[in-house]
Design a protein around this ligand. Structure first.
Ligand code: BG6
Ligand code: MG
Length: 219
């Protein structure tokens, strides 16, 4: 049996942290009299922290000094980390452990490929830090998704060719990054939004071990 590499995005795939990002960004936006809606929060999925703040400031038509920008980034992350501190294994999305266990038993490569600089802290809180053979996160890359850097680095660290890697992603930028890396892209979420993916599922409850097994067996 050929070994394939399965690369998981974190936020929105393994855990639903978008709600905590929303609360932290909302507080920041309110402090600057900027309107910030859940619809706008959707547009920040997969987007780096710096780029997210740039977008919020642009929506609010605000321009600030580099120093103020840095201090807002720090404040937002402190607020976000306060939510993360309360996370437990219960927040792992349904049936994600089923697929992770199946891949482990099948001796496949398992990696994390996330834009977040808090990925390791989150994995530790939900007791998944040791599940991944390698973790590539926002601290390890210079180019954000849709650039393929994060996934290519994960594949290289797994020692598996990109064309033998499969990516689970909930963001448009992440699906584009996977395709640019020449990997199989599995969209988790709204199929209409993630239409560039090779396969689409609403969540992991829809993914059978037979499906994973067929991907492992494919050329
Ligand atoms: C992505 C999230 O995974 O990570 C984005 O979808 C977030 O919403 C980005 O902005 C960066 O995360 P962090 O934890 O480094 O601020
Ligand atoms: Mg995501």
């Amino acid at each position: 049996m050929q070994t394939k590499g399965f690369i998981f995005d974190l936020d929105g795939v393994i855990v639903d942290t978008a709600k905590y990002h929303f609360l932290a960004w909302k507080k920041l936006a309110q402090s600057m009299d900027i309107d910030f809606t859940e619809e706008q929060n959707e547009q920040l999925k997969g987007v780096s922290r710096v780029r997210s703040l740039e977008k919020i400031l642009a929506w609010g038509d605000k321009s600030i000094s580099d120093e103020a920008f840095q201090s807002l980034m720090t404040k937002k992350n402190e607020d976000y980390l306060a939510y993360i501190a309360e996370m437990t294994e219960k927040e792992i999305l349904e049936d994600v452990p089923k697929i992770l266990e199946y891949l482990t038993t099948s001796q496949q490569g398992i990696a994390l490929g996330s834009a977040s600089k808090n990925a390791r802290a989150i994995l530790e809180k939900v007791a998944l830090l040791n599940t991944f053979q390698t973790i590539v996160d926002g601290n390890d890359v210079t180019k954000a998704k849709p650039d393929p850097e994060v996934f290519l680095k994960a594949a290289s660290q797994l020692g598996i060719a990109p064309e033998n890697c499969v990516v689970f992603e909930d963001s448009v930028a992440g699906i584009q990054a996977a395709k640019r890396a020449n990997m199989i892209a599995i969209g988790i979420g709204d199929a209409a939004v993630l239409h560039e993916a090779d396969y689409n599922f609403t969540d992991f409850t829809e993914i059978s071990t037979d499906f994973i097994s067929s991907i492992i067996a494919s050329n």
